[in-house]
Write a protein that binds this ligand. Structure first.
Ligand code: NAD
Ligand code: FES
Length: 296
């Protein structure tokens, strides 16, 4: 069992939990994710790692209530436990493999939209710990939905805020703010990391392609096994089949087929839809043996 040490409601639908997970935290790196299960019957819920403390043996997760499983999860309090926490899963961010001197020469922009600020934070914190100043944009519908503002301010070189309703910072979406920073304020970026709703990542990538800024995104499609077997998280990246759980979750955003990813998410939710996808995708529908029935 994995004990919840802290459980906090951040806004109407967003929750933060600090969970004791000694074995997981020993290996986890920025960019990776976990799968949690509340109880024996519970759904497997993939969650990006927002923070970790190796000494304390804890991971911090941030999630949004989107259905029955996450709503049930949000009812858990400090002192309760998850039945299972599996991870770290997926590949760590490529940036952490680069030499700090090389990273220091790059001008980097991190963009976290809504709950997407949670997976952006460990990367920004890692950069800060290695003496690398990065620009960060966090966006939300309104001021009360902004996430990790204080934490980001402490770790970022420059923090910029965008709210759709103008209640804090730039009035508009993160794409408008990126355009302003580059075109009006003359800021130059060599690399961008954008994490948030798929629609946001699609439009950030459309813009950064025009601006000539290489961009990495983190995809979080429906996941079942998290080990490349079931095919739930199938994506097309650069014309090739990829599975977010083992090939990602980070990908070159200029190569991701976002429209297909959004369409597939909708189709995958019904049994009928999964049957149709299995037919259309043939041998590439599953990542692994194709016999495990992970998507049924
Ligand atoms: P949201 O809908 O409030 O959007 C956050 C920000 O994204 C907005 O303020 C805006 O600046 C930007 N944005 C949204 N639509 C845009 C568009 N069309 N063009 C340009 N910018 C746009 O965010 P939310 O409600 O917190 O997001 C929840 C979604 O994020 C869920 O679908 C969840 O699955 C996803 N999510 C993704 C990841 C990931 O790893 N990619 C992690 C956590 C959550
Ligand atoms: Fe990725 Fe099953 S969750 S293949």
């Amino acid at each position: 069992m994995y004990k919840i040490l802290e459980a906090r409601q951040l806004s109407e639908k967003n929750f933060l939990m600090v969970v004791e997970a000694k074995w997981v935290v020993r290996a986890c790196q920025p960019g990776q994710f976990l799968i949690v299960k509340t109880d024996e019957e519970g759904e497997r819920i993939p969650l990006t790692i927002c923070d970790y403390d190796r000494e304390a043996g804890t991971v911090t997760i941030v999630f949004q209530t989107v259905g029955a499983s996450t709503t049930k999860m949000a009812r858990l309090k400090a002192g309760d436990s998850f039945m299972d926490v599996t991870g770290p899963l997926g590949r760590p961010s490529n940036l952490i493999d680069m030499a700090p001197e090389e990273l220091r020469r790059k001008k980097m922009l991190f963009v976290g939209g809504g709950v997407g600020a949670a997976p952006v934070y460990p990367q920004v914190k890692w950069m800060h710990e290695h003496g690398i100043d990065v620009d960060v944009i966090i966006g939300a519908k309104s001021k009360d939905l902004l996430m990790l503002e204080d934490e980001m301010r402490a770790a970022a070189g420059n923090l910029y805020i965008a709210t759709d309703d103008g209640s804090c910072g730039y009035h508009g979406m993160v794409t408008g703010l990126i355009e302003k920073l580059v075109k009006e304020d003359g800021r130059h970026y060599d690399h961008c990391v954008a994490i948030g709703p798929v629609i946001m990542m699609k439009f950030v990538c459309k813009l950064t392609k025009e601006l000539g800024i290489p961009t990495v995104v983190s995809m979080n499609p429906i996941m079942v096994d998290g080990t490349g077997m079931c095919g739930a998280c199938r994506l097309i990246v650069g014309g090739e089949v990829k599975f977010a759980c083992v090939d990602g979750p980070e990908f070159d955003g200029h190569k991701v087929d976002f429209d297909l990813a959004m369409e597939r998410q909708k189709t995958y939710k019904t049994e009928e839809g999964r049957a149709m996808l299995a037919l259309q995708e043939g041998d590439t529908h599953h990542g692994g043996c194709g016999m495990c029935g992970g998507d049924r």
